[in-house]
Design a protein around this ligand. Sequence first.
Ligand code: SF4
Length: 699
Amino acid sequence: MMRVRTTCPYCGVGCGVAVEATGDGVAVKGDPNHPANFGRLCSKGAALAETLGLEDRLLHPQIEGRRASWAAATETIATAFSRIIERHGPDAVAFYVSGQMLIEDYYVANKLMKGFIGSANIDTNSRLCMASSVAGHKRAFGADVAPGCYEDLERADLVVLVGSNLAWCHPVLFQRIEDARRRRPDMRLVVVDPRRTATSEAADIHLPVAPGGDTALFRGLLRALERHGARDAAFVAAHTSGVEAALEASAPFDLARTARETRIAPELLARFFDLFIHTEKTVTVYSQGVNQAADGTDRVNAIINCHLLAGRIGKPGCSPFSVTGQPNAMGGREVGGLANQLACHMELDDPAARARVRRFWRAPRMADRPGLKAVDLFDAVHADRVKAVWIIATNPVVSMPDADRVREALRRCELVVVSDIVATTDTAACADILLPSTGWGEKSGMTTNSERRMSRQRAFLPPPGEARHDWRQICDVAAKMGWAEAFAYADSSEIFREYARLCALENDGARALDLAGLTALDKAGYEAFEPTQWPTPKGARGGMARLFADGRFFTPSGRANFVVPGGRAVAAVKPDYPYTLNTGRARDQWHTMTRTGRSPTLARHIGEPFVEMAPADAAREGLRDAEIVRVISPLGEMLVRLCVTARQRPGELFAPMHWNDAFAARARVGALVAPIVDPVSGQPALKASRVRIENAGAV
Ligand code: SF4
């Protein structure tokens, strides 16, 4: 029997998983010693063993649909990339990667593109998930950091969940809050969400905010905090900048205006404000409902402003707290997986940082400006400005906005390389070259969860067929392109050690992402690595649970910044498209179902795609519960089953993001979503598309 402690590959909670693998199969349990979950698992984690079968697995490389050797596939990719770069320059190629990749995979992809090819055209599906939080953190704190930790959610007297159906999307974190509430009945939970969800039903107060009303809500709260004397004057004076401008901009947001702009009843708002004002130990958690908006970064800063004013940061039970969607979204941010960042949180537009990284990598051709963010990247593919794209561990034909156009872009692209575990995704169908990757249980490396905690994923199964690790595929292509020495790693531990050394380089403690304590981690230490929160400064035995306890931030002045949100208006209702379509997750599916779609247990929860609609709207449209409907936007349409439910407010619809052509024809919600992005973060607004709905007739 093989016993392995590893990490769940789904959401950003990053739960520890204890695996027992025998000749008869694999048993999966929560790891009682992992500090993210202490033995708990949600339905998806508990069903991991059902996703390990080899049906549909991609077992051999393919070129134009035919089985090929690794040597031929590697040579073809390297030759094509080199030729395109020579003819059209480095910005004519791109990588589109994923928060499913491990830190080591991400690191070498970023090194190859930014240091050797000489372009910053590497972006990630994490752009769709948390880029607005990254941008908001950098504006407020001077670095992309989550100030608190999971324990803060248990120690708080008030937890506010904004745009987060935590009970379904980060279930173990929600279980931790619920367990804490059972132990401490005075602890309060407030949920800010346009929909009634499993999370809001457990709340003391549910604020059904209007789509686009979040910034107004937190501007109103900022004003209420100030008016009722909740300012931490000493903290604000000593450790922040810009408070007066933020307060002045929030001055018009009295209770009546806030109620009008949020469409929340004034009495409910007043209850929430009163609770927040008088509860010192408050954590505000935010995720996709905040991030996936045309004003996502402003929403993040509007929340952080309130915590700065009240001095509720850097202390146990006090923090603004972003939860990431993916298992290694945080790790991807750390190694520079975003097109606008260098490795180790260094900035691409900082000449000193570029020079430091160039020296460290001995890079022949450093990117000197930010690359294309996800939506712009696929636009450039469509416009033939990017002629070769390598897509790793993600399915943009389903998940990107204007998904039909993304499919068209890939079909007309000169070279599309896709690395995945299966050949059946909508994106794999567009590939010229398909590369078989190792999946969960077969690969080893590091991930970072939402509380900055690095954990090991460990292999307990051999790679099937000819599947290879993503980092190995990238290094082999880099070697063929002429950079063998710089990409000669024996295993993932060597890559991690190099990454830690780069993070530690010239780090005088002024930057958050300090891994100096891990630079000497040898292979045995890497294998035995216990979950640890960064920063891990030199000499530190463990990590750091909370940042900013000393009131020092990572801005040049050392002060946190209040940011005045812009207050972007919600798109006007068009008579032809009278409904606002919200998108999100179902409890028991993950992303585009490449893995969870294999589990019969998970399919029992919700087995098919659907759209939710309020009873009054259904009656007015003449639609009946459970019939098949057509949901139509100016860009595309989907066919799904109608679910008439009072959970949904009139005028608003909800559809899950998961289903796609591999599981149900014409059910990709991404085909309906306009490619509107937050101007600061580049994150697409996935939660407020204009649509109409009609009976599908005979389908
Ligand atoms: Fe996995 Fe997230 Fe569930 Fe934990 S909460 S078991 S990380 S899906």
